[in-house]
Design a protein around this ligand. Structure first.
Ligand code: 5GP
Length: 194
């Protein structure tokens, strides 16, 4: 797991517990940052209906995932709710070196691994207005079986306790406000990098 950049671009992690609205915030932020590049993670999780291999994730077998770890092809990886997820390093390193903003949608353990390797990476943590609101959003989404939903809620509680290990916390109370704040923070960080 090595990351080499010449610091022209910026690596940004936008993390936050399942159900906080991360996917929507990510999509909106990327739409507002024209040179932002999407990192496509590898996962052992099964595709959800509508998810496309190579676009939403690289869906791989547990054996293939182990190979990616063994060949040092991942910038970071973590187990999450019974599956493995990881960021392929090469596409991230080349995009950052080419001057792009690369935004990662990853969970907490992976985010901390990224920061350990590249202290110039910017770590943003999205928090819900309250835990009750997070639970309501996650149930309303209806994408998980009850057991998986419980695992995600447990993990969300653990993640929220560690939010202060990130550079900035942003409350996703109102989507437009939250997205505007995230974009402003990224733009400020890019100005500081140059
Ligand atoms: P989901 O199964 O809902 O797509 O993702 C579950 C969790 O895994 C989310 O918190 C998501 O941000 C995280 N995740 C997705 N890709 C990666 C990755 O490459 N590395 C890590 N550490 N977490 C990831």
């Amino acid at each position: 797991m090595t990351l080499r950049t010449d610091r022209r671009g910026l690596l940004v992690v936008i993390a936050g517990p399942s159900g906080v609205g991360k996917g929507t915030v990510h999509a909106r932020v990327r739409a507002l940052l024209p040179d932002a590049v999407l990192s496509v993670s590898a996962t052992t999780r099964a595709p959800r209906p509508g998810e496309v291999d190579g676009v939403d994730y690289h869906f791989v077998s547990p054996e293939r995932f182990q190979e990616l770890i063994d060949t040092d092809a991942l910038l970071e990886w973590a187990e999450y709710a019974g599956n493995r997820y990881g960021t392929p390093s090469e596409p991230v390193a080349s995009a950052v070196a080419a001057g792009h903003v690369v935004v990662l949608d990853i969970e907490l353990q992976g985010a901390l691994q990224v920061k350990a390797q590249d202290p110039s990476a910017l770590l943003l943590f999205l928090v819900p207005p309250s835990f009750a609101e997070l639970e309501r959003r996650l149930r309303a989404r209806g994408t998980e079986e009850p057991a998986a939903l419980q695992r995600r809620l447990t993990r969300a509680r653990e993640e929220l306790e560690e939010a202060d290990r990130f550079d900035v916390e942003v409350v996703n109370d109102d989507l437009d406000r939250c997205v505007a704040e995230v974009v402003a923070i990224i733009e400020q960080a890019r100005r500081e990098e140059r």
